[in-house]
Design a protein. Structure first.
Length: 242
């Protein structure tokens, strides 16, 4: 991590905005062989955190140097990016690079605490992104503020994303029900919304499923705890396959 590397240029990177950090880091590390060598030494002996697949790559607890190497090796075939157990700083550095890459179609972030800075950066990037089709934020400490920010940008500035997942985020409460309901009603592009293992109450779930009678093109995925709420809804027969 950057705080363990005593290099002035790394400190310079950390003072920049989230959008600037990634491009600045990549340009510095490509130009400075000494910096690259020092970072490589920090990585020596650490378990491999990168798994490559035919259509994508999975990064587990990646370091900055590993992220830089992954970005440099991405090709048109690598459409799926999975980031697991990462630090918020790493995610903030990676987001601009990944979401400005038109080849990236699916971004899957798991078991990673996303700070408000990360969410703000993500929303800014989603507002201008025309290529990402699926966004998975699973066990990422997503809260109601994050849901409101993301759903707002998807209603006003993004008509590309097809799938959105907020699974296993218990900090999402019934406060988010209104935002999610409005997203379903106002976004005609989204075809899949997953919100299992949250803290949304039965009343909140009811508000969300009511919106399915308006938007008939989206599939909603809920947890088993919400089964009774759904089956007892008076228009359940209309929405039961969705």
């Amino acid at each position: 991590m950057t705080e363990n590397v005593d290099i002035p240029k790394i400190k310079e990177i950390k003072t920049r905005s989230n959008v600037e950090r990634a491009s600045l880091f990549l340009s510095l590390i490509k130009q400075d062989s000494v910096l690259l060598d020092q970072l490589r030494k920090k990585e020596h002996g650490k378990p491999k955190a990168i798994r490559w697949y035919d259509d994508g790559v999975e990064l587990t607890s990646p370091s900055l140097i590993q992220c830089q190497e992954v970005v440099s090796l991405l090709t048109y075939k690598h459409m799926i990016i999975v980031i697991k157990e990462s630090s918020p700083d790493i995610v903030c550095d990676l987001l601009p690079v990944l979401l400005q890459n038109e080849k990236v179609k699916s971004l899957d972030i798991r078991d990673t605490q996303l700070t408000q800075d990360c969410i703000s950066s993500l929303c800014n990037l989603l507002a201008n992104n025309k290529s990402l089709l699926n966004l998975f934020l699973t066990n990422c400490s997503i809260d109601d503020k994050a849901v409101a920010d993301i759903t707002n940008v998807l209603q006003t500035h993004n008509n590309t994303l097809l799938g959105l997942t907020f699974n296993n985020n218990p900090r999402i409460t019934s406060v988010s029900a209104q935002s999610l309901s409005e997203l379903i009603i106002n976004n005609s592009t989204l075809t899949s919304l997953q919100i299992t293992d949250t803290s949304i109450s039965s009343d909140g779930i009811l508000l969300i499923i009511q919106s399915l009678t308006i938007n008939k093109n989206i599939k909603l995925y809920l947890g088993m705890k919400d089964k009774d709420t759904c089956t007892e809804y008076h228009d359940y027969n209309i929405i039961k396959d969705r």
